[in-house]
Design a protein around this ligand. Structure first.
Ligand code: HEC
Length: 128
Protein backbone atom coordinates (compact mmCIF):
# COMPACT_ATOMS: atom_id res chain seq x y z
CA UNK A 1 0.00 0.00 0.00
CA UNK A 2 1.30 3.41 -0.99
CA UNK A 3 2.06 5.88 1.72
CA UNK A 4 -0.54 8.31 0.27
CA UNK A 5 -3.27 5.67 0.41
CA UNK A 6 -2.50 5.10 4.07
CA UNK A 7 -2.90 8.81 4.71
CA UNK A 8 -6.22 8.87 2.83
CA UNK A 9 -7.34 5.84 4.78
CA UNK A 10 -6.32 7.40 8.05
CA UNK A 11 -8.13 10.62 7.25
CA UNK A 12 -11.24 8.73 6.17
CA UNK A 13 -11.16 6.66 9.33
CA UNK A 14 -10.69 9.77 11.42
CA UNK A 15 -13.62 11.45 9.73
CA UNK A 16 -15.85 8.46 10.29
CA UNK A 17 -14.80 8.24 13.89
CA UNK A 18 -15.39 11.93 14.47
CA UNK A 19 -18.70 11.70 12.64
CA UNK A 20 -19.84 8.90 14.87
CA UNK A 21 -18.84 10.44 18.11
CA UNK A 22 -19.79 13.98 17.33
CA UNK A 23 -22.37 14.89 19.85
CA UNK A 24 -25.05 17.26 18.93
CA UNK A 25 -24.94 20.32 21.04
CA UNK A 26 -27.27 19.67 23.86
CA UNK A 27 -29.94 22.26 23.58
CA UNK A 28 -31.19 23.10 26.98
CA UNK A 29 -34.53 21.47 27.48
CA UNK A 30 -36.77 24.13 28.79
CA UNK A 31 -39.71 22.57 30.46
CA UNK A 32 -42.52 24.95 29.60
CA UNK A 33 -44.08 26.26 32.71
CA UNK A 34 -47.83 25.87 32.41
CA UNK A 35 -49.54 29.23 32.39
CA UNK A 36 -51.05 29.86 35.75
CA UNK A 37 -54.72 30.30 35.24
CA UNK A 38 -55.76 33.02 37.54
CA UNK A 39 -58.97 34.87 37.58
CA UNK A 40 -58.69 37.91 39.76
CA UNK A 41 -62.10 39.00 40.88
CA UNK A 42 -60.92 40.91 43.92
CA UNK A 43 -61.31 44.34 42.43
CA UNK A 44 -63.97 44.45 39.75
CA UNK A 45 -64.99 47.95 38.81
CA UNK A 46 -67.81 49.00 36.53
CA UNK A 47 -65.69 51.61 34.74
CA UNK A 48 -62.79 49.27 34.03
CA UNK A 49 -63.45 45.52 34.00
CA UNK A 50 -67.19 45.48 33.37
CA UNK A 51 -67.11 48.08 30.61
CA UNK A 52 -64.14 46.30 29.00
CA UNK A 53 -65.98 42.98 28.90
CA UNK A 54 -69.21 44.49 27.63
CA UNK A 55 -67.57 46.68 25.04
CA UNK A 56 -65.70 43.71 23.63
CA UNK A 57 -68.71 41.43 23.54
CA UNK A 58 -71.97 43.32 23.78
CA UNK A 59 -71.79 46.95 22.69
CA UNK A 60 -71.83 46.10 19.00
CA UNK A 61 -75.52 45.33 19.54
CA UNK A 62 -76.25 47.06 22.83
CA UNK A 63 -74.65 50.50 22.51
CA UNK A 64 -77.28 53.22 22.11
CA UNK A 65 -79.45 53.19 20.07
CA UNK A 66 -78.88 49.43 20.20
CA UNK A 67 -80.90 48.76 17.09
CA UNK A 68 -79.23 45.35 16.76
CA UNK A 69 -79.88 44.61 20.40
CA UNK A 70 -83.63 44.93 20.54
CA UNK A 71 -83.25 48.54 21.67
CA UNK A 72 -81.71 47.37 24.92
CA UNK A 73 -79.00 49.88 25.75
CA UNK A 74 -76.26 48.49 27.95
CA UNK A 75 -73.55 51.13 27.55
CA UNK A 76 -75.36 53.14 30.17
CA UNK A 77 -74.80 52.43 33.85
CA UNK A 78 -78.39 52.88 35.02
CA UNK A 79 -79.80 50.63 32.31
CA UNK A 80 -77.20 47.99 32.94
CA UNK A 81 -77.81 48.08 36.68
CA UNK A 82 -81.50 47.33 36.15
CA UNK A 83 -80.63 44.18 34.19
CA UNK A 84 -77.91 43.31 36.67
CA UNK A 85 -80.01 43.54 39.81
CA UNK A 86 -82.92 41.65 38.26
CA UNK A 87 -80.58 38.71 37.65
CA UNK A 88 -81.21 38.74 33.91
CA UNK A 89 -77.73 39.95 33.01
CA UNK A 90 -76.02 37.13 34.85
CA UNK A 91 -78.42 34.45 33.67
CA UNK A 92 -78.06 35.55 30.06
CA UNK A 93 -74.26 35.57 30.02
CA UNK A 94 -74.13 32.36 32.05
CA UNK A 95 -76.63 30.99 29.54
CA UNK A 96 -78.64 29.52 32.37
CA UNK A 97 -81.67 27.39 31.49
CA UNK A 98 -84.60 29.59 30.60
CA UNK A 99 -82.40 32.59 29.84
CA UNK A 100 -81.92 34.44 26.60
CA UNK A 101 -78.29 33.39 25.98
CA UNK A 102 -75.94 36.31 25.32
CA UNK A 103 -73.97 37.31 23.37
CA UNK A 104 -76.70 36.45 20.90
CA UNK A 105 -75.41 34.16 18.18
CA UNK A 106 -71.87 34.37 19.59
CA UNK A 107 -69.59 32.29 21.74
CA UNK A 108 -70.16 32.24 25.47
CA UNK A 109 -67.99 34.64 27.42
CA UNK A 110 -64.79 33.35 29.00
CA UNK A 111 -65.52 31.89 32.42
CA UNK A 112 -63.29 34.50 34.05
CA UNK A 113 -65.30 37.29 32.45
CA UNK A 114 -68.51 35.71 33.67
CA UNK A 115 -67.00 35.40 37.15
CA UNK A 116 -66.01 39.07 37.14
CA UNK A 117 -69.48 40.21 36.20
CA UNK A 118 -71.00 37.90 38.79
CA UNK A 119 -68.73 39.40 41.44
CA UNK A 120 -69.66 42.91 40.38
CA UNK A 121 -73.36 42.05 40.58
CA UNK A 122 -72.93 40.39 43.99
CA UNK A 123 -71.18 43.52 45.20
CA UNK A 124 -74.35 45.42 44.38
CA UNK A 125 -73.43 46.46 40.82
CA UNK A 126 -71.72 49.65 42.01
CA UNK A 127 -70.90 52.55 39.70
CA UNK A 128 -67.23 52.43 40.55
C1 HEC B 1 -75.61 40.13 17.83
C2 HEC B 1 -76.26 41.09 18.69
C3 HEC B 1 -76.17 40.88 20.18
C4 HEC B 1 -75.05 40.74 20.95
C5 HEC B 1 -73.60 40.66 20.51
C6 HEC B 1 -75.50 40.71 22.31
N1 HEC B 1 -76.87 40.81 22.36
FE1 HEC B 1 -78.01 40.95 24.02
N2 HEC B 1 -79.69 41.06 22.89
C7 HEC B 1 -79.73 41.08 21.50
C8 HEC B 1 -81.11 41.21 21.07
C9 HEC B 1 -81.57 41.26 19.63
C10 HEC B 1 -81.90 41.25 22.23
C11 HEC B 1 -83.40 41.41 22.34
C12 HEC B 1 -84.06 40.13 22.70
C13 HEC B 1 -83.96 39.10 21.61
O1 HEC B 1 -84.27 39.40 20.44
O2 HEC B 1 -83.52 38.01 21.94
C14 HEC B 1 -80.97 41.17 23.35
C15 HEC B 1 -81.36 41.21 24.67
C16 HEC B 1 -80.51 41.29 25.74
C17 HEC B 1 -80.91 41.50 27.10
C18 HEC B 1 -82.34 41.71 27.58
C19 HEC B 1 -82.86 40.58 28.38
C20 HEC B 1 -83.15 39.36 27.59
O3 HEC B 1 -82.85 38.29 28.14
O4 HEC B 1 -83.67 39.43 26.46
C21 HEC B 1 -79.79 41.53 27.86
C22 HEC B 1 -79.67 41.71 29.36
C23 HEC B 1 -78.67 41.31 26.97
N3 HEC B 1 -79.15 41.18 25.68
C24 HEC B 1 -77.38 41.26 27.37
C25 HEC B 1 -76.30 41.07 26.52
C26 HEC B 1 -74.94 40.99 26.96
C27 HEC B 1 -74.50 41.11 28.40
C28 HEC B 1 -74.18 40.78 25.86
C29 HEC B 1 -72.71 40.58 25.80
C30 HEC B 1 -72.16 39.54 26.61
C31 HEC B 1 -75.07 40.75 24.70
N4 HEC B 1 -76.34 40.93 25.15
C32 HEC B 1 -74.66 40.60 23.41
C33 HEC B 1 -78.63 41.03 20.67
C34 HEC B 1 -77.31 40.91 21.08
Amino acid sequence: MKKSSIVVLAITAACIWVGCTYKKEVTETTTPTPPTVTCDTTNVRYSVEVVAILSANCYKCHAAPASAGGGIVLNNYNNLKTWATSGTLYNDINQSPGSNPMPKGGAKLASCDIAKIRTWIRNGAPNN
